[in-house]
Write a protein that binds this ligand. Structure first.
Ligand code: NDP
Ligand code: 2IT
Length: 450
């Protein structure tokens, strides 16, 4: 039986690669998931007849569209827009929009697949999707971003809805972009359908604590993992990559928990501050002025800036939190972290560690918190935002934060228990894949061959 299901998974992976040979990021996700979930297939041989894996890795729908917009000089620009509606097995498609020049179908299929499993782990009724554009918001005026968002929504609106598909933010898409997207959606639909997007401003249906949710949730998860290993986070040295939404609130919660965060970065380079990162300064540079992290050293004399983001992992730390982007922590970086005595790695970004880096960290007994379980806080509070929109009642910050804590505790427990149940004790990545996949597969099986 084992050999049978292994052969089935292997064939599915080979077919995925043969069908779309250029989609490297998607192949990586498929490989990561397929190597973990064999025990679920063995427990359910009927899934093979269902062609469950073939269906799981084939998006229900992929939408690709033209996004023409006018820049401040009056010149026409043309970008490409995407929405990958991966799975509606357990709820409406749910997942962020990414605006970054690197965006392509492979990256979005990888992110959408991760989202399906992550959303299953959230315990909330949300399916999985992801979208975005190769538009680069960097250096664009507010007017240009607004016109881009309006054009993007002029196509996307027909594919989304509170019970259909609910986009939110991701890299390059924050409160400003969601505001512009919502305004255009409302204008086209001529109806106030607040639950169509999440991450909205607090004056028009947004949820308190959504901004903080991913970073805070990551720390709640990491703390459970450390507690189990009898490691106290207080006084520990932390390195965070990125300085965007996830990184900022990971730093904030780590500091509140008594850890010392000594570094953060952006796509140009990283800052090391031996006195601990001044978060108010980071927020002012990144959230208010939309500047570069390099500017940090103008105000903090002991801090040092280094060009290139990979070097951030050469800083000695107890806990490393990659919160920028995929594949940013590779085997070489993992080896340096281990040499420097790292005790735990928690993924805030989606798949920031390469597969060989994860393998190495796990072999060296470094505690490893996988993205799909550890960064589920963001999408979970998005789902709570949908709930508040449906009941037309806003909740307090404390109420949302309390629910977030419960969700993160459950996500940790589900990954841990599934790992134990299926004989891979301590491997939270395998546990997260097993728990997430088991739920989605059960729903797919129950709904027949669709
Ligand atoms: P932001 O756009 O707010 O921040 C992204 C940060 O990462 C910035 O500091 C950016 O630097 C840096 N970055 C982006 N691309 C690269 C790159 N190619 N190389 C190095 N650094 C890079 O995005 P978020 O904080 O929202 O997202 C960060 C990660 O977390 C992503 O992987 C996202 O998918 C994931 N995530 C986000 C959630 C959310 O709720 N927002 C939820 C769960 C996961 P620069 O300023 O130079 O662009
Ligand atoms: O990767 C993610 O989970 C997100 N970008 C958040 C998605 C959401 O719908 O809030």
């Amino acid at each position: 039986m084992t050999a049978d299901m292994k052969a089935y998974a292997k064939k599915v992976l080979a077919d995925i690669i043969a069908k779309d040979p250029d989609q490297k990021e998607f192949h990586n996700t498929a490989k990561e998931v397929l190597t973990s979930i064999i025990p679920v297939l063995e427990a359910h041989p009927e899934y093979k007849d269902d062609k469950l894996l073939e269906r799981f890795f084939e998006p229900e729908r992929t939408i690709i569209f033209r996004v023409p917009w006018t820049d401040d000089k009056g010149e026409l620009q043309v970008n490409r827009g995407f929405r990958v509606q991966m799975s509606s097995a357990i709820g409406p498609y749910k997942g962020g929009l990414r605006f970054h020049p690197s965006v392509n179908l492979s990256i979005l299929k990888f992110l959408a697949t991760e989202q399906v499993l992550k959303n299953a782990l959230s315990g909330l009724p949300i399916g999985g999707g992801k979208g975005g554009s190769d538009f680069d918001p960097k250096g664009k005026s507010d007017g240009e971003v607004m016109r881009f968002c309006q054009s993007f929504m002029t196509e996307l609106y027909r594919h989304i809805g509170a019970d259909i598909d609910v986009p939110a933010g991701d890299i390059g898409v924050g409160g400003r972009e969601i505001g512009y997207l919502f305004g255009q959606y409302k204008r086209i639909r001529d109806a106030y359908e607040a639950g169509v997007l999440t991450g909205k401003g607090l004056t028009f249906g947004g949820s308190l604590a959504r901004t903080e949710a991913t970073g805070y949730g990551l720390l709640y998860f990491v703390k459970h993992m450390l507690d189990d290993a009898k490691i106290n986070i207080k006084g520990k040295t932390v390195v965070v990559s990125g300085s965007g939404n996830v990184a900022t609130y990971a730093i904030e919660k780590a500091q509140q928990m008594g850890a010392k965060v000594v570094a953060c970065s952006d796509s140009n380079g990283y800052v090391y501050d031996p006195d601990g990162i001044d978060l108010a300064l980071v927020k002012d540079i990144k959230e208010v002025r939309r500047g570069r992290i390099k500017e940090y050293i103008k105000k903090r004399k002991k801090a040092k800036y280094t060009e290139g983001c990979k070097g951030v992992w050469t800083i000695k730390c107890d806990i490393a939190l990659p919160c920028a982007t995929q594949n940013e922590l590779d085997l070489e970086s993992a080896k340096i972290l281990v040499k420097n005595g790292v005790k735990a790695v928690g993924e805030g970004a989606n798949m920031p560690c390469t597969l060989d880096a994860i393998d190495f960290l796990q072999k060296k007994k470094v505690l490893f918190a996988p993205a799909k379980a550890a960064n589920v806080g963001g999408v979970s509070v998005s789902a709570l935002e949908m709930t508040q929109n449906s009941e037309r009642l806003p909740w307090t910050f404390e109420e949302v934060d309390e629910r977030l804590k419960v969700i993160m505790a459950n996500s940790y427990k589900k990954a841990k228990d599934a790992a134990e149940q299926y004989g891979v004790k301590g491997n939270l990545l395998a546990g997260a894949n097993l728990a997430g996949f088991a739920k989605v597969a059960e729903a797919m099986h129950a709904q027949g061959w669709v």
